[in-house]
Design a protein around this ligand. Structure first.
Ligand code: AMP
Ligand code: ZN
Length: 666
């Protein structure tokens, strides 16, 4: 078979697997097999740049940087929806419709109102052409590169489709993915995102599309617009979109009269809390497109559609007590312990109080009857106090001044919302939290050791820091609760094996504040050893790609602390990887030292990754975008016109891959 066909088959197959996984939720191959095939395709595409396709599944990983999003005028205006809040509102609406259409019978499509950011995607000849945010409804921002990384959005359609059309939908972030993103932020001591909607909508405007690719975004579709469409109704439109390969929630339903619409609303008012994503209402649309046309639009919204907004569910209950949790970084979080109460389908016993300011602002007191609401967050929050029910003897809440765990004085620095316990080495939750972070999956991934066992080891005086793990013996562990010979051996072996974990992950594991996985990789690559990192002055750290002052300062502080230095010294003695082990490379030179290259387009002799590697192997630096600091742009086929212009403007040398080859061979 010829290469072009092989490539095409692989693309089709991978598209289908993406569809199975992200749209149908029924994968038919393992992640591993998928990755293998994707790799195979990537290699073939690298070898055969002549078959490059903007919409290949390999393009999903992103990597383009958009500094300014272009403004694009929508082919069809994106309207708002009129809101209703009661059944009476809907009856009035139907009466208005009947006045225009005469007393015809009406069918309605009922859909959930997904809470995210709206998007309009244009397809041409079955291929994703561009994606534009709603903006002001007339024009929005071109966010195509970012949208392409969302795997449930087809890059290529199935079946028969019109030559050109727009499809509209909502970009959302399901709860599970949102929680995971927040967990990762909390782990590195960053502030978590406040809710899925804002996070989804912020994601559309990220400059680096590979960052968007990492976010578990989804797109739920609900409307097709275009000329010469053969679709007759909204409901048919949904089914059609589904057949083309889009994710269209199955919850949509056809209602034959208003009563059935009410039933739909009543059902979803409670059941929506079991959906994996946030909804804030129902959208009701006159089903028949001819009737829609007759009804037309007001200045802002279609007359044929109506949003029904759910009331955010709220209950009142008594605040029994406030407890204060201490995190791994020492940050204090106040938590409300409530009289258990039913809310949005679950029993709520605790609610977040955020920080001291929040408590003070709402004047929340123990014994108060408080209003609790469940919004986009999993943990409900207290939104106010029922002052009429305040006990006469109630007292103003005084925020704690000392750590509930170690009793040392809390500090709150200027500009920070949270109080911190500074007793880094004597505060149990901080000590345990740091060791738990050290052993976690993305860090040292120690087999046979879990978070609870860490607490057990600490409470029995066996570990006080992560270096202590390497001195544990089977005899010491055996007497602990629920420890059998086998599990004790596994634990010791697991710890031993972690000595093979590469430096960049060790750097993440040691828990320097603000140094997450990506930053750890950057630092490891730049400094190559912990000694070099330790010696780096602030100014030097800031100069590293993507390392800002906050991170740099945090690194400095970490190594200023002699306790840390001692622990690191011990890790070194135990044989933990504290420098980058570089594979021996006979081709390495320093020919390109001090030169920065930007790679753009596709190449014949190199894949982009190989080209970047060749630059680095020869001592050069790879830049992500063209700037005054760039020395050379290596241009391949399909180099973007904007890049070309920028390079010319800045008078930067543009060279071919052959020129480059000559540079490194001569
Ligand atoms: P609003 O922003 O309150 O004017 O509501 C209009 C927005 O609701 C639209 O721009 C869409 O982004 C969003 N929306 C969510 N789900 C749907 C749906 N099923 N049908 C139409 N619009 C929807
Ligand atoms: Zn403490």
């Amino acid at each position: 078979m010829d290469i072009q066909n092989t490539i095409q088959d692989l693309r089709d197959e991978l598209n289908q697997h993406n569809h199975n996984y992200y749209v149908l939720d029924t994968p038919t191959i393992s992640d591993f097999e998928f990755d293998q095939k994707l790799k195979q395709l990537q290699e073939l595409e690298n070898q055969h740049p002549e078959f490059y396709d903007d919409n290949s599944p390999t393009q999903r990983v992103g990597g383009t940087i958009t500094k300014n999003f272009n403004t694009v005028v929508h082919d069809y205006r994106m309207y708002s929806l009129e809101n209703s809040y009661s059944k009476e509102d809907l009856i009035d609406w139907e009466n208005r419709i009947q006045k225009v259409l005469g007393n015809v019978s009406l069918q309605y499509t009922c859909e959930l109102k997904y809470d995210g950011a709206s998007i309009s995607i244009t397809y041409e000849n079955g291929k994703l052409n561009r994606a534009v945010t709603r903006g002001d409804g007339f024009q929005g921002d071109d966010v195509t590169n970012n949208i392409k990384t969302i795997k449930s959005i087809p890059l290529k359609l199935k079946g028969k489709y019109p030559e050109r059309f727009d499809i509209r939908g909502e970009i959302i972030l399901p709860f599970e993915g949102f929680e995971k993103m927040n967990q990762e932020l909390i782990e590195i001591g960053e502030t978590p995102y406040s809710n899925p909607r804002n996070t989804a909508s912020g994601s559309l405007k990220l400059q680096d599309s590979s960052e968007v690719a990492k976010r578990p975004l989804e797109c739920l579709l609900y409307f097709i617009v275009g000329n010469n469409l053969t679709i007759e109704s909204q409901y048919e439109g949904l089914e059609t979109a589904r057949n083309w390969g889009f994710k269209v929630p199955k919850e949509a339903k056809l209602a034959n009269n208003l009563q059935e619409v009410f039933d739909y609303i009543n059902y979803w008012d409670t059941h929506r809390h079991h959906l994996p994503y946030e909804t804030d209402g129902v959208v009701i649309k006159v089903n028949d497109f001819h009737q829609q046309d007759e009804l037309g639009y007001t200045a802002k919204s279609p007359r044929w559609a109506m949003a029904y907004k759910f009331k955010a569910e709220q209950v009142s209950t008594v605040l029994n007590s406030i407890s204060y949790q201490v995190g791994r970084t020492g940050s204090i979080t106040p938590v409300a312990n409530l009289q258990p109460v039913q809310l949005a389908g679950t029993i709520v016993k605790r609610a977040s109080l955020h920080n001291a300011d929040q408590i003070e602002k709402l004047d929340i007191r123990i014994g108060d009857t408080v209003f609790v609401e469940k919004g986009g967050e999993i943990i409900p929050k207290i939104i106010g106090v029922d002052l009429t029910k305040r006990p006469t003897n109630s007292e103003r809440t005084i925020y704690i001044t000392h750590c509930p765990e170690c009793n040392s004085e809390l500090i709150r620095t200027e500009g920070e919302a949270n109080h911190y316990c500074q007793n880094f080495y004597g505060c149990p939750p901080q000590i345990i939290g740091r060791i738990q972070h050290y052993i976690s999956r993305k860090a040292m991934d120690i087999e046979g050791l879990g978070g609870e066992t860490v607490a057990l080891l600490f409470n029995n005086g066996l570990v006080n820091d992560y270096a202590d793990l390497y001195e544990l013996t089977v005899e010491q562990i055996l007497p602990l609760e629920r420890m059998a010979q086998k599990s004790a051996e596994n634990l010791v072996n697991g710890v031993h094996k972690s000595k093979e974990i590469p430096f960049e992950r060790v750097l993440y594991a040691i828990g320097i504040r603000y140094v997450g996985e990506t930053v750890a990789k950057k630092l490891a690559k730049h400094y190559k050893s912990i000694i070099a990192l330790q010696k780096a002055p602030l100014m030097d750290l800031i100069l590293v790609d993507e390392i800002g002052e906050k991170i740099a300062q945090s690194v400095i502080e970490f190594f200023e602390n002699q306790e840390n230095v001692k622990i690191i010294e011990r890790l070194k003695q135990f044989g933990v990887q504290l420098e980058l082990v570089e594979k021996f490379n006979p081709n390495a030179t320093e020919k390109l030292a001090g030169k920065t290259f930007v790679v753009s387009g596709v190449f014949e002799k190199f894949s982009r990754d190989d080209l970047k590697k060749a630059i680095e192997d020869n001592g050069g630096k790879v830049g992500s975008s063209i700037s005054a600091k760039t020395d050379f742009v290596i241009a391949g086929d399909n180099m973007g016109p904007a890049k070309l212009e920028k390079a010319n403007q800045l008078k930067i040398a543009i060279i071919s891959e052959n020129d480059f080859l000559e540079m490194i061979t001569n």
